[in-house]
Design a binder for this molecule. Structure first.
Ligand SMILES: Nc1ncnc2c1ncn2[C@@H]1O[C@H](COP(=O)(O)OP(=O)(O)O)[C@@H](O)[C@H]1O
Ligand SMILES: [Mg+2]
Length: 221
């Protein structure tokens, strides 16, 4: 599904070079559930954005579903990404002038359209426990509720891969385990998950467990 081969990404910080991701190879199969833990600054977010084609590596190759993504023309790359990969970012970024329902539907404005999407968006909001906030604006929601809307939004295009950066970071324990239950169900249905987390019990549930350390990826036991 996703294959990284000797991928490196460095950033220039003044006269220093930061090896955010350093020669990482990783293969994630369809339907896998992968967790990545590591200290802050170890390169987890950079790794996810490399896996999803948001960041171009200085070296190495990134293949998603057999397609070498950096060989695609720019326009094709964004369409390909929109169709295949979805991100749940560390900080929920909802559009404040749209209702929760409209926020969940937003990714469909660029992709597929069709009947049933509005119903599906409602179902997703119900799935994350926010049925009663369907027509509310994000400013009326707590941080954790906004995060749940962002999680619902990540599923609207039925992506094959979900890349989640600390998806439950600001959620209470009950909501966190509900969200994990949703991820498990979606994974059983065939969605591939890569989850960056600080929560070790959450990480331990994953089928494949990794740790980032100073840009290097290692297997975690
Ligand atoms: N856009 C950027 N410009 C410069 N340095 C960056 C940038 N993004 C990340 N870094 C650096 O790369 C390293 C890895 O960052 P990141 O991938 O965000 O780690 P993590 O998600 O594990 O906290 C850090 O040292 C960070 O300061
Ligand atoms: Mg990060």
């Amino acid at each position: 599904m996703i294959k990284l081969q000797s991928v490196s990404k460095t950033y220039k910080d003044g006269d220093q070079t930061v090896h955010a991701v350093n020669d990482v190879s990783l293969e994630v199969g369809a339907g896998d559930f992968v967790s990545v833990v590591g200290h802050s600054g170890s390169g987890k977010t950079t790794l996810l954005s490399l896996m999803g084609g948001l960041t171009k590596p200085q070296s190495g190759s990134v293949t998603i579903g057999g397609t070498e993504i950096w060989s695609l023309p720019d326009d094709d790359l964004s369409a390909f990404r929109n169709k295949n990969v979805n991100f749940i970012f560390q900080f929920a970024s909802l559009v404040p002038t749209l209702t929760c329902l409209e926020n969940v539907l937003l990714p469909t404005a660029f992709g597929k359209s069709g009947d049933g999407l509005v119903d599906y968006a409602r179902t997703l909001l119900e799935m994350v426990g926010l049925k009663d906030k369907t027509n509310s604006y994000p400013s009326r929601l707590s941080g954790g509720q906004q995060r749940r809307v962002a999680i619902a939004r990540a599923f609207i295009n039925s992506p094959r891969v979900i890349l989640a950066d600390e998806p439950t970071g600001d959620l209470d324990e009950t909501t966190e385990s509900e969200i994990m239950e949703i991820f498990r169900k979606k994974c059983a249905d065939g969605t591939t998950f890569v989850i960056v987390t600080h929560n070790s019990s959450l990480a331990a549930e994953a089928k494949s467990r990794y740790r980032m350390h100073a840009g290097r990826l290692e297997r975690a036991s």
